[in-house]
Design a protein around this ligand. Structure first.
Ligand code: CO8
Length: 260
């Protein structure tokens, strides 16, 4: 299937989704969000795909935010709907049930930083710049940036980044926990795929439950999160992959997981 604003490539258990509007630094317009929604939901249901890499076309930008041409003509009701639509898509990425790695190949600004934050892990090129510059447009983040950024980097740093609107370097983003790894720009695609392959080798049900336990559990009181973890632990104990993983360890061989 071909798309106007995305590229989709499959390589064994890994899918690479590239946002492909380089003339506007891969800004997210409504059509791109629709295509992304379609692709993400499809990959979520595709058992052959065990990890996804999300990146931007070209070497300058991951995503330079929502498309400002569309933002400029929003009405109050359409802006609210637009924000909710993006939030639902980003929630779907966060809750996909398989790892989604943002390979941040340049600017990740506004909605681009919010998209990266919805991913499971973030690997950035050393040339990347991340920020929430909405305030300089008379706006605020609308794709959950005011919520995910403080959860990742703490309230004080999130306040500073969103109130100043000043982008930070990849190294600074790693230092504060906004990205997991920084690699030379030329190595980014390979490093993101290497990490995706490592995650794709994990037992799929265990991977799904780990992501869910961390995402959902950290939104609960601690004791409830622990109960939730224990319930998922009980479920995972019933899987073929648990039997395979423990038997393989005891038999000193490599486990072959089937996702059952
Ligand atoms: N939307 C539309 N077009 C864009 C965007 C964007 N976000 N970013 C860049 N472009 C376009 C430029 O207009 C330019 O087009 P043209 O060639 O026709 O003039 C082209 O991309 C190249 O950009 P520049 O010439 O500006 O490139 P520079 O290297 O000089 O600068 C920057 C790069 C610093 C990234 C600069 O382009 C910039 O500041 N871009 C805007 C960044 C920004 O403010 N992003 C936040 C947008 S708001 C947002 O994301 C809110 C999300 C929540 C929405 C909720 C729904 C209602």
């Amino acid at each position: 299937m071909s798309f106007d604003n995305l590229l989709l490539e499959r390589d064994a258990a890994i899918a690479v989704v590239t946002i492909n509007r380089p003339k506007v630094l891969n800004a997210l317009n409504a059509a791109t969000l629709d295509e992304l929604q379609h692709v993400v939901l499809g990959l979520g249901q595709d058992a052959a795909i065990r990890a996804v890499v999300l990146t931007g076309a070209g070497d300058k930008s991951f995503v330079a935010g929502a498309d400002i041409n569309e933002l400029a003509v929003q009405t109050p009701t359409s802006a609210r709907e637009h924000a909710l639509k993006g939030q639902r898509l980003f929630d779907a990425i966060e809750g996909l049930g398989k790892p989604v790695i943002a390979a941040i190949n340049g600017y990740a600004l506004g909605g681009g930083c919010e998209l990266a934050m919805a991913c499971t892990l973030r690997v950035a090129a050393d040339t990347a710049k991340l920020g929430q510059p909405e305030v300089s447009l008379g706006l605020i983040p609308g794709y959950a940036g005011t919520q995910r950024l403080p959860r990742l980097v703490g309230k004080g740093k999130a306040m500073e980044m969103i109130l100043t609107g000043t982008p930070i370097s990849a190294d600074e983003a790693r230092r504060i926990g906004l990205v997991n790894r920084v690699v030379p720009a030329a190595d980014l695609a390979a490093e993101a795929r290497k990490l995706a392959a490592q995650l794709a080798a994990g037992a799929p049900i265990a991977v799904r439950y780990i992501i869910d336990a961390i995402n959902r559990g950290t939104e609960m009181p601690f004791a409830d999160g622990c109960q939730y973890e224990a319930a998922l632990f009980g479920l995972v104990a019933s899987t073929d992959d648990m039997r395979e993983g423990t038997t393989a360890f005891l038999g000193k061989r490599k486990a072959e997981f089937t996702g059952k």
